[in-house]
Structures are given as structure tokens and as C-alpha cells.
Design a protein around this ligand. Structure first.
Ligand code: 2PG
Ligand code: MG
Length: 429
């Protein structure tokens, strides 16, 4: 038996950032190393995501995880006992085989994600390395460009505005720490503007300011204003990224804009977004069209002609095969990577490898329901993904991840680098 053989797997129910049940897994190795992983949860989920197994029923709004927890402590624990934690692919393959369903509905992608992360953390601990170095070796030395939410909308703010995320990126920053410094000033300026105009109404699910705006465009104007008020040149130093999350209000080529109380088709959406790209310093748009609108995705990509980054989240659901299909169809140029959309780290890495092979950029992303687990930061650095999105610049579950990136940047010192604006797909950097 190797030192990195799994001695024990233990799951427990804990609570996520929305106060809902979630689960965490502890993995103990024969050598004494321990790893822990926690499952996050989405609110605007793609329909092709692996299943987040919930009990249903009355307790905790149906969000309890008794079944998933039982899977961790019985079937998964038994199947992984004695297996080598240093062979992540074999561990993840064993989880997938044990589940045996296409959508991970037997074990639950939440159970699998927590265990898959815990195994990786334990294996890294066994050799005394931080996870990013365990995953990427000495080559893993580049901090990702952060995408940070300033206003939260869509499903994360009671659908107050149609767009889900109004984010900023700092293409001209020269380090991760500097990107956070700049974003902190923009976030503060945006909050001050909301207060002065009497629109300050707290924060949305991911810590962004509650978007009390009459139109989507008013939110974009406010974001440009906040960037300028913080002393930065919009578009040059600090630029805008959007997550439209269009699957939340579009289906079958019809898009229902709640704020304007009107419905537009795929072409209408493309014209609307193209107009915003002309009018505002936007460098990245995620899920501009709905997950079932591959033709719209391709048409928007063609219309943008490589100007901006076009990200697939609900559209690609961290799936290697979908990434290859999208590239073949000319739909998008960047994949969002969320481990719990598939259930294992190996499948997440496969999606990233597929993206690289077709020339797509990538963004490692948190979920709107999060925990204090900072593993995704290590994935971004360890796999050299180049971009990281974990929500806004407030709330502990978000700041835990930004702060972990600062620690990694400090640990790398002069050997480290910052992906910067070059990590963005598209010419408008
Ligand atoms: C997204 C994520 C994170 P959710 O759409 O990109 O912002 O949201 O976790 O609710 O899917
Ligand atoms: Mg999204």
C-alpha cells in the first residue's frame, strides 16, 4: 500500500453562502495527509450541467443534501478506500463508474465535486505542496486576470435587471495585487454613487451592489462612471465584462427583456449587444445568447469578428465535447470552467485541454452559492488557465478566494507572473 492510499473518506453537511445546506468531504491518506473539498451551488444553472443532488421536500426549501451525503459516507467511501490519491484520473474515473449515470444523478455532482477536490488536496498535502504547484509543477507560476462583479443582477438579484453580472477586468494592471487594488477603488466608487443617488439597496448574491436601475443601459453608464470616478481610464486601465446569462430569459430564439417589458428574437439580441459593445468599453461577454441558441451564439461570434471575448457558461457547461463542437461551429472563443458542472476535476481539466486545443481562452469560475473553499484559485494557477471569476469584492466566501490568490502571488515572488489583459480572447484588450 502506498503512502498516498486513501484510508478514509468522510462527508458532513455544512452551509453555503446563501445559508443553504451543502456538503464537504474530508479525505485521509495512509501517510496522515488530509484534504478537504466543499461543493458550491449555482442559481442560474445550465440544463446540461451534472445534477446537484438535493432531497426535495419541505426542509430547507428542498435544498437538503441527506442523500448526497449518504453517498459520500457509504458508496464513495467504500469505492475509494485503498485507492491511490495521487492518481486523480483513476479516482475520478472510479467516481464516474460508480455513479454510472450520464447526469451524475446517482451520487450527485455535489458529492462527487467535494470528494474529487478533497482527494487532490490530500495528494498535494502528502508531498507538502500547495495544490497549484502539485497540479502544475514549477511551470505553474502565472496569476490569472480576475473578473470582478460590481453590480449583480439577473437571478442573483431578484431579476431586478436582465443582465446577471456587470464585472470589471483590469487589462493594464501589472500584478494580481494591483488588479485587486484598482477593483477595490471601482467597487467603492460604485457604492458611493449608488448612495448619493439614493439607490443603495445592499448587495446581491455574489456581493455586487444591488442593481436598482431603470434600464440595463443605466447600469452600464453607472459602471463606466464608477471606473472614471475611481480615477481610471475606462477601457484602457479598467474595462467591462458582462455575464448576460441569457438562458435565464431566452428560449427557442425568443428573449424576454423584463425591464423593458418586450420580447426580441436572436437577431434582436445580437443587435442589442453589438450596440453595447460599440457604446461601452466591453471586452468580454458571457452567455450572450441562450444555451439552446447555438446558431445565435455563432452569429454573434461572427458579428463581433474577434473584437471581444465570448464566453460559454450554460452553453458549454465545462464539457470537452461541447467545447469542440462550439469551436467547429464558430460559436464563442472562451470556456467558463466550473468543476461542479461536471462533478470531477479530471473532467474540468479535460474541458480546459479541449479549449486550448481549439484556441479558446478559459476562465475558472466560482458559483453564486459558495463556500470558504479556495481550491478553484489553485486550479486557475495550476492549470495555467489565465482568468478567474469568483463574484464581487465583498463577502467572505468571495474575498477568501481573492486573498488566496494574493498569497500565491507572494509565494511565487519574482518567479511568478500575471496573465493580465493578454489572457482575454479578442482584439479589444
Ligand atoms: C455564472 C455563475 C457565477 P451561477 O452564471 O457564471 O456568477 O452563476 O453559479 O448561479 O450559475
Ligand atoms: Mg455565467
Amino acid at each position: 500500500m502506498t503512502d498516498t492510499a486513501i484510508a478514509f473518506v468522510h462527508g458532513r453537511r455544512v452551509w453555503d453562502s446563501r445559508g443553504r445546506p451543502t456538503l464537504e468531504a474530508d479525505v485521509l491518506l495512509e501517510c496522515g495527509a488530509v484534504g478537504r473539498g466543499m461543493a458550491p451551488a449555482g442559481a442560474s444553472t445550465g440544463s446540461a450541467e451534472a445534477l446537484d443532488l438535493r432531497d426535495g421536500g419541505a426542509a430547507f426549501g428542498g435544498y437538503d443534501v441527506t442523500d448526497a451525503l449518504e453517498q459520500v459516507n457509504t458508496a464513495i467511501a467504500a469505492a475509494l478506500a485503498g485507492r491511490d490519491a495521487a492518481d486523480q484520473e483513476a479516482i475520478d474515473a472510479a467516481l464516474i463508474a460508480l455513479d454510472g449515470t450520464p447526469d451524475r444523478s446517482r451520487l450527485g455532482a455535489n458529492a462527487m465535486t467535494a470528494v474529487s477536490i478533497a482527494v487532490a488536496q490530500a495528494a498535494a498535502g502528502a508531498v507538502g505542496e500547495p495544490l497549484f504547484r502539485y497540479l502544475g509543477g514549477p511551470e505553474a507560476a502565472t496569476l490569472p486576470l480576475p473578473q470582478i462583479q460590481i453590480f449583480g443582477g439577473g437571478a442573483h438579484a431578484g431579476r431586478r435587471v436582465d443582465i446577471q453580472d456587470f464585472l470589471v477586468v483590469c487589462p493594464a494592471a501589472t500584478s494580481f495585487a494591483e488588479a485587486l487594488d484598482w477593483t477595490a477603488e471601482v467597487y467603492r466608487a460604485a457604492g458611493a454613487m449608488m448612495r448619493e443617488t439614493g439607490r443603495l439597496a445592499g448587495v446581491a448574491d455574489e456581493g455586487g451592489w444591488w442593481p436598482d436601475f431603470p434600464t440595463n443601459e443605466a447600469a452600464l453608464e453607472a459602471l463606466v462612471g464608477a471606473i472614471a470616478r475611481a480615477g481610471f481610464t475606462p477601457g484602457k486601465q479598467v474595462a467591462i465584462a458582462l455575464d448576460i446569462a441569457a438562458s435565464d430569459f431566452g428560449r427557442g430564439g425568443h428573449y424576454r427583456l423584463g425591464l423593458e417589458n418586450r420580447e426580441i428574437d436572436s437577431d434582436g439580441m445580437i443587435r442589442l449587444l453589438a450596440g453595447w459593445v460599440d457604446a461601452y468599453p466591453i471586452v468580454s461577454i458571457e452567455d450572450p445568447l441562450a444555451e439552446d441558441d447555438a446558431a445565435g451564439f455563432a452569429a454573434f461570434t461572427a458579428a463581433m469578428d474577434g473584437r471581444i471575448q465570448i464566453v460559454g457558461d450554460d452553453f458549454l457547461v465545462t464539457d470537452a465535447a461541447r467545447v469542440r463542437e462550439a469551436a467547429a461551429a464558430g460559436a464563442g472563443n472562451c470556456v467558463l470552467l466550473k468543476p461542479n458542472q461536471r462533478g470531477t476535476l479530471s473532467e474540468t481539466l479535460a474541458a480546459w485541454r479541449a479549449a486550448r486545443a481549439v484556441g479558446f481562452a478559459g476562465i475558472v469560475s466560482a458559483r453564486s452559492g459558495e463556500t470558504e473553499d479556495t481550491t478553484i484559485v489553485h486550479l486557475a494557477v495550476g492549470w495555467g488557465v489565465g482568468q478567474l471569476k469568483v463574484g464581487s469584492f465583498a463577502r467572505g466566501e468571495r474575498m477568501a478566494k481573492w486573498n488566496e490568490a494574493l498569497r500565491i502571488e507572494e509565494a511565487l515572488g519574482a518567479r511568478g507572473g500575471f496573465a493580465g489583459g493578454a489572457a482575454l480572447a479578442g482584439r479589444r484588450r
